[in-house]
Design a protein around this ligand. Structure first.
Ligand SMILES: [Fe+2]
Length: 317
């Protein structure tokens, strides 16, 4: 059986990708941002997921304003990086997991979530920047297959936080009914507070962001009741991206362990938020290899938790 072992929330600020691509990570402005993800990369290297589901939004790269699906699941074998105006980012082509993606599509659609199935798609910074932040900058290949889930948060009306949360639950059910023994990590990306145009351009609301992160861990159902207008008012026009984190959260246990958090402002004109939440009932490990691998899986997760718990208090809050 496949299982979701953890959720990762991460901003996907395009300027972070540009800083990576242009070798600016050691500049003081950017070092402050990237240093917050060093322990996260260690955690991910230890977690070693077999598959990542990355919830993100397309920024008019794969979908123009002529057609914007609310939820689009990438079922292709690969997803090349999109040209966002200055050439494709120098990152590896994202390899998909068509079998698991098709299984998720079937399960979720039969559970009455009407996903759009996408068999050809390029992916932009919304997906590749969080991949870099958690997996580093591999030259040839990302360390695991990725199933992209693109959510419309660019044209009104985006889905509600509650709908996103419930979709996360449906995705979890789908993953857990997949027969192959896979450890899956799910990403929720975007945000946190930011507005890129208009009279309030540059808006950052750290107090609201941190409250959102607190409740993401402790009381996500409270977050599902936030109306769109509150996201817009408190977190800026693009702060609505935060509903995507609720898909990730819905796919986890009701009670989770927050093993790491990082928050800093600004990056570009955006607040950067990051969180790692682990499911508690992750005793399984790899059942196909029985005890030995199961024990290894447990010990790996325990080691990951130990290391991240050590640094949790050091993360900027
Ligand atoms: Fe975005």
């Amino acid at each position: 059986m496949a299982r979701i072992i953890a959720g990762v929330g991460s901003s996907h600020v395009p300027a972070i990708g540009a800083a990576l691509d242009n070798g600016k990570t050691e500049e003081p402005y950017w070092k402050r941002v990237f240093s917050g993800f060093e322990k996260s990369k260690q955690w991910m290297a230890q977690a070693k997921p077999d598959v990542a589901i990355v919830v993100y939004n397309d920024h008019a790269s794969a979908f123009s304003v002529e057609m914007i699906p609310t939820f689009a699941l990438g079922c292709a074998a690969e997803f090349p990086p999109a040209d966002e105006g200055w050439g494709p980012r120098p990152v590896p082509v994202v390899k998909g997991h068509p079998a698991l993606a098709a299984h998720i599509a079937q399960s979720v659609i039969l559970d009455e979530f009407d996903l759009t199935i996408v068999n050809k798609m390029e992916v932009d910074h919304g997906l590749t920047v969080p991949m870099n932040l958690l997996f580093g900058q591999p030259k040839d290949a990302w360390p695991c297959p990725v199933i992209p889930l693109a959510v419309n948060v660019v044209m009104y009306p985006p889905p509600t936080g509650h709908r996103c949360y419930m979709l996360g639950k449906a995705i979890r059910k789908a993953v857990e009914s997949y027969p192959e023994d896979l450890n899956v990590v799910i990403f929720g990306t975007g945000g946190l507070s930011h507005q890129i145009s208009g009279p309030r351009a540059g808006l950052i609301n750290s107090k609201w962001d941190k409250s959102f992160l607190d409740n993401l861990t402790r009381d996500p159902k409270k977050l599902t009741r936030i109306p769109h207008i509150e996201y817009m008012r408190e977190a800026g026009a693009e702060g609505i991206e935060m509903v995507m984190w609720l898909i990730m959260r819905g796919a986890l246990d009701d009670k989770v362990d927050e093993v790491y958090r990082f928050y800093t402002v600004p990056a570009s004109n955006t607040a950067v938020g990051h969180i790692i939440l682990e499911n508690r009932r992750k005793a399984a490990g790899k059942s196909r290899s029985a005890g030995k691998a199961r024990a290894a899986g447990k010990s790996r997760q325990a080691a990951a938790r130990k290391s991240t718990q050590r640094i949790a208090s050091k993360g900027t809050r």
